[in-house]
Design a protein around this ligand. Sequence first.
Ligand code: ADP
Length: 274
Amino acid sequence: GEALAVSARVAPLGSRLVLLLVEDLTEARRIEAVRRDFVANVSHELKTPTGALSLLSEAVMDASDDPEAVTRFAGRMQIEATRLTNLVQELIDLSRVQNDDPLEDAEPVRVDELVAEAMDRSRHAVSTKNITMAAGGTDGLYVWGNRGQLAAALGNLVENAVNYSPARTRVGIAGRRISAPGGDLVEIAVTDQGIGISEKDRERIFERFYRVDPARSRATGGTGLGLAIVKHVAASHGGEVTVWSSEGQGSTFTLRLPEAAASRDRSPVAAPDD
Ligand code: ADP
């Protein structure tokens, strides 16, 4: 109706303009639908832990004369509270990467530092699952961008590699420089020997809240927002993230980012003449 009314009004201006306007309306509707879905998803994701917390607190009150039960319920309350904290933190991260201009405080960032930070973030899970983590090829590589956002992106990829892998497997992080017509790029590949991702799911995992197995993701504290954050950070830095995977064998997520010349990191040298 709306689109037709508009096209009737502007018809004399030519059919190309009409087409553009109709496309604009369709795009506006699509954005509105995505926004509504997002709010619905957030509400649903918040309701799960808050609902559990409220049931568990009732259970604690009812079990006041059974100290063992109280301890058990309190333990589960702690898990739900952690889940809630993770979700809120990831929502804050997502809104930050969507709203801030990452290149406003861009600087050359050492890739080996990013890798060390990412590995440190997964340190706990790595030792509990007895995962062997190895990194290489990052010496002398610098990327150009926002340190905090880049660290969050790589941290998410490493965290996923660990979460979606069985115990006693390997996670590798490999850096290299690749020449590209528009300027050199730095590639950081995170490879795991985990459960892998089917072709159908590979198309959707970068969407906000999409998970292949929601129960498994929740059990590991996942929110379904991590890869949406990674994709956003890559794109806003003029880079990209891609995935290669073989079901049951493992996955490789590759982050490609514009290289920063190492020399930019050095303090300016005083000019010899003044
Ligand atoms: P989550 O918080 O659930 O990990 P992400 O956005 O980081 O959310 O990832 C979305 C989904 O993609 C995950 O729920 C999981 O199903 C799948 N996934 C991500 N990384 C991997 C991986 N390395 N191996 C297998 N599946 C993965």
